[in-house]
Design a protein around this ligand. Structure first.
Ligand code: CS2
Length: 439
């Protein structure tokens, strides 16, 4: 039996506490991968179970039809399994109503963005989905391409303005430095080129709050799906598996209504920067270092790499002595406790988080994860032995026979194989050095 609205669910499994069929869609979410389903969709589901209404999510996949094929036959319903040393949890999430594949139905995506009920367009498109060129500015050629988020949002905003509808909140939930401001600047560059008349309306009617989003979500495996099927008594092709921990800090700057996410665990704050910077440089910085150093030492999973006595001190140093001092902490933000908590999360033996998943797209991740920390110390004449070891491990990874999944894979491999690898990758005009400057 395949999971769907009418499937009988074991009473021990929490289900949506609201009438799913009666909810309007208030959110369009572009990039409906496992991360969105395990994070923002869960907060939205909880907000509706707590009484909020009409925050159904229309999910959009820009290219792949996989998630649509998983979720549409299930009426958008799927399960979230949590795994930690303390135990396991299982629940259903009902916030997602349907999934559109932009490549197949572009107009349906534009119509969803332009719908009067829509107030928020969210994004989890990964770092490379923002289509930044080597100077950090929008790669306009790519942004005009068929699978660019800008095309759909631009056309949707134009339709809203033409219909006299209010603007939208564009909510970036990706691991970019200053994700809200970056999205705003990139969107403005696109509008200036394609819809010049829309730019002033965009400035006055739309908002792009910054967010810090955090939950570790390994890719779902067939073993995971089999375990869910046993527990649920139904097959769930859209199942996601994650840790118990979840955090969402959002800049309180919305164009219109929003779910009361703060009632269900999110923090709405005036300034996200200290949280976002700590997360990028400590959690994600450590993650990428674990990935390249760990793979080099023959490990497959995060929990194995952090248990390696040759690796753990490098990671501790990266977080505590290299990244933490660069962060201007918010009042009450305890970076030492944060590092302790991260080490525990990395050690979670119940979560099988593959290092190769984190190793993906290094050229897009390394600038905000390592280079900003490195630059801070260089200005003070200080070294960062852990980040330097991590960079060496990345170059060794590029030279190895491991698969390199990165938009710059060919160029990186060529640069890493030849002489002056560091200069060709990180030097002035190199492959990565300038790409990290905010747009
Ligand atoms: C990871 C992140 O794959 C990666 O690059 O570092 O996806 C990480 O698991 C999340 O940002 C945690 O919130």
């Amino acid at each position: 039996m395949r999971l769907a609205s009418e499937t009988p669910i074991p009473p021990s499994v929490p289900t949506p506490g609201y009438d799913r069929a009666a909810q309007a869609a208030g959110i369009v979410h572009i990039g409906i991968g496992a991360f969105h389903r395990a994070h923002q969709a869960v907060y939205t589901d909880d907000a509706m179970s707590a009484g909020d209404r009409d925050w159904g999510i229309v999910g959009v996949s820009l290219r792949s039809g996989d998630v649509a094929a998983q979720l549409n036959p299930q009426d958008g319903l799927y399960s979230v399994s949590t795994r930690s040393a303390g135990g396991a949890g299982l629940r259903l999430v009902g916030a997602v109503q349907r999934v559109l594949v932009a490549a197949d139905h572009p107009q349906a995506v534009i119509d969803a963005i332009a719908a009067p009920t829509t107030h928020i367009v969210g994004f989890t498109v990964t770092e490379k989905g923002y289509l930044r060129g080597p100077d950090g500015a929008l790669d306009l050629g790519a942004a005009k391409g068929a699978s660019s988020l800008y095309r759909f949002v631009g056309a949707g905003l134009a339709a809203r303005k033409a219909a006299g509808l209010p603007g939208l909140t564009l909510l970036s939930c990706d691991n970019l430095a200053g994700n809200g401001a970056a999205l705003k600047a990139l969107m403005r560059q696109y509008l200036a080129a394609e819809y010049p008349d829309l730019a002033p309306w965009f400035d006055s009617e739309c908002r792009c709050p910054a967010t810090m989003i955090d939950r570790i979500v390994p890719a779902t495996t067939e073993t995971d799906r089999a375990a869910v099927e046993t527990a649920l008594g139904a097959r769930d092709d859209g199942a996601v598996v994650t840790e118990a921990f979840s955090q969402w800090v959002i800049e309180n700057d919305f164009a219109g209504p929003r779910p009361r996410w703060e009632k269900v665990g999110a923090e709405l704050v005036a300034d996200v920067a200290p949280y976002e910077t700590a997360k990028l440089r400590m959690l994600n910085g450590a993650h990428s270092a674990l990935a390249y150093i760990g793979l080099g030492k023959g490990h497959d999973y995060v929990h194995q790499a952090i248990a390696d006595p040759a690796i753990r001190p490098v990671i501790e140093r990266l977080m505590r002595a290299e990244a933490a001092p660069t962060i201007d902490a918010a009042p009450g933000q305890d970076l030492s406790a944060y590092a302790d908590a991260l080490l525990d999360r990395f050690a979670n033996p119940a979560l099988h988080h593959r290092l190769i998943q984190i190793a993906m797209d290094g050229s897009q991740k390394i600038p905000q994860r390592w280079l900003e920390t490195l630059a801070w110390h260089q200005e003070r004449g200080q070294h960062c032995p852990s980040i330097e070891a991590a960079i060496a491990a990345w170059i060794a990874f590029l030279r190895s026979d491991q698969p390199v999944d990165d938009p710059l894979a060919d160029k990186l491999r060529a640069a890493a194989a030849g002489p002056y690898a560091i200069e060709r990758i990180f030097g002035d005009g190199g492959l990565v050095a300038s790409a990290w400057r905010p747009a």
